[in-house]
Design a protein around this ligand. Structure first.
Ligand code: IMP
Ligand code: MG
Length: 187
């Protein structure tokens, strides 16, 4: 097979087993923290967190709903850096509900800071954030994160929902692309 993403990878950063084991640990924390909460809703930030949300949701043994939101940040690295647009809003009313935002990766923090502020104005009973990956070195704006799968170095990663140019989301692990993939795209 030639049209596969596997040959584009430099190395695997976090393999499937590591992800699965970490999810079990995070779920234990989540289930303990939300003990007795009967109106939990997971907010999946599309597109990147669709895989993580699916795995998390299937492992959480308590009742919960899932809703989706698409947020897009524009002009990163330009003057308008940090402006975030909501492309698709939630369907459900989160007033009085326990909301857990599920994100794939936190980089500068702008996306989550914006989404968090916006959801807080709707007065949920509680609002927490769960991210699979976190790049602490890259943070530009403070955002409280309650559950972190893995702190990672400042590398551009793909797989397990994360893309480069909309590709590589289907890789079942998190990896780093070969340098040549980026340079090919510049021409
Ligand atoms: P932030 O607003 O800078 O925190 O951006 C977070 C978003 O940027 C994530 O939801 C991803 O869509 C994207 N992103 C940041 N770092 C990476 C990466 O290493 N690989 C793929 N997407 C990334
Ligand atoms: Mg994203």
């Amino acid at each position: 097979m030639t049209n596969t993403p596997y040959g584009d990878l430099d190395y695997t950063l976090i393999d499937q087993t590591q992800i699965a084991e970490r999810i079990v640990e995070i779920i234990k924390e989540i289930e303990a923290d939300y003990e007795g909460a009967d109106n939990l809703v997971l907010v999946c930030l599309l597109k990147g967190s669709f895989v993580f949300t699916a795995d998390l949701s299937r492992a959480i043994k308590m009742h919960h709903e899932i809703d989706f939101m698409v947020a897009s940040s524009y002009g990163r690295g330009t003057v308008s850096r940090g402006s975030v647009e909501i492309i698709h809003d939630l369907h459900s009313d989160i007033f009085g509900r326990h909301v857990l935002i599920v994100e794939d990766i936190i980089d500068s923090g702008y996306t989550l800071a914006h989404v968090r502020q916006m959801l807080l104005t709707r007065h949920p009973a509680s609002l927490r954030i769960c991210t699979l990956l976190n790049k602490p070195e890259r943070r530009e704006v403070d955002v409280p994160v309650d559950y972190i799968g893995f702190d990672i170095p400042d590398e551009f990663v793909v797989g397990y929902g994360l893309d480069y140019d909309e590709k590589y989301r289907n890789l079942p692990f998190v990896g780093v692309l070969k340098e040549s993939i980026f340079t090919e795209n510049l021409v």
